[in-house]
Ligand binder design. Structure first.
Ligand code: MLT
Ligand code: MG
Length: 304
């Protein structure tokens, strides 16, 4: 099984367009230029031919350009992206669908009923796409059943309902329910190995711990280092937890969670532009390295 990280940053990317923090400035025109990151997305393939796009980031156009495995092949109008799976209805995970409107057939999309509801109401891009290529929606189950999209042979994903947050424009923002946010368990039929992917994760309960314990590769929410980071770095009002992202540090933070799985390959995804781990020379990055925890980057290639 093959996972390509297309975008390793949270919403806004790194640097963010309106951020002049020292780190964003250094990513724009200084020491951190090579640390730039685009917005959250991965692509998954078993055969290297047909790819499942997991989340469609606003940066999808550049992400496809930067990753030759996703270039068109065959017919004049074609794509290696055979289907799309959405883990929530957040802007950074779905806006790229609008950039795929030139498709000559309806986009094959896998998402929950809750996500579909948001994308037909608060952020009605499914409705908008009906005026272009259209969408063909398949609902992801929440009962522990796995899905094998026929468009992407060999891929088997099992959706795991998570506690995080529906976006501000969702009618479920203050009424969280299973299906607002998902993690994916991705199994490799060749090796029997398993990856767990969750870019938005607010709470880790026992059920989730069991899924993480069963994974050889854990790719999880590394949005912020501290809960109050947005306030400290850019004067933001919301804490990380309020946005549905468990911070890396603090009691019960993601580093504590990951400490229970020392044998798994542990990779942080969805890194916010305020997070000090984006600087490879930071003390925070050194701490991750000492723990054996990786920070994903755009173009990261994972095979299992
Ligand atoms: C989030 O996960 O909270 C997002 O990155 C928010 C956004 O895209 O604005
Ligand atoms: Mg996000």
């Amino acid at each position: 099984m093959h996972i390509r990280v297309l975008g390793s940053a949270a919403g806004g990317g790194f640097p963010q367009w309106n951020c002049d923090s020292p780190r964003c400035r250094a990513a724009r025109n200084g020491r951190l230029i090579r640390e730039r990151r685009s917005q959250s997305s991965i692509a998954v393939s078993q055969n290297g031919q047909e790819w499942l796009l997991v989340n469609a980031s606003p940066d999808i156009r550049q992400q496809i350009l930067d990753n030759a495995v996703l270039h068109p092949r065959g017919a004049v109008r074609s794509s290696s992206i055979a289907a799309i799976a959405l883990m929530d209805s957040q802007i950074d995970h779905v806006t790229g669908l609008l950039m795929m409107r030139e498709s000559d057939q309806p986009l094959a999309i896998y998402c929950t009923e809750r996500t579909e509801e948001d994308l037909r109401s608060g952020f009605p891009i499914f409705e908008m796409l009906e005026h272009y290529c259209g969408v063909r929606i398949s609902h992801l189950p929440l009962d522990g059943a796995a899905v094998e999209p026929p468009e992407t042979p060999g891929i088997r994903i099992l959706p795991v309902p998570l506690t995080s947050k529906a976006p501000p424009y969702s009618s479920h923002r203050l009424d969280p329910r299973p299906g607002d946010n998902l993690g994916f368990v991705i199994d490799s039929p060749d090796t029997g190995k398993r990856a767990f992917y969750a870019p938005g994760l607010g709470e880790v309960d026992d059920r989730l711990k069991a899924w993480m314990a069963s994974a050889n590769i854990i790719m999880v929410d590394g949005t912020t280092w501290t809960d109050d980071e947005m306030a400290q770095v850019v004067g933001g009002k919301k804490t990380s937890r309020e946005m549905g992202h468990l911070p890396l540090t603090g009691e019960g933070g993601m580093l504590d969670v990951l400490a229970d799985y020392p044998l798994a390959r542990r990779i942080l995804v969805h890194i916010n532009n305020t997070n000090p781990v984006l600087d490879p020379e930071s003390a925070e990055r050194a701490r991750l390295e000492a723990l054996g925890i990786e920070v994903s980057h755009d173009g990261m290639d994972i095979r299992f």
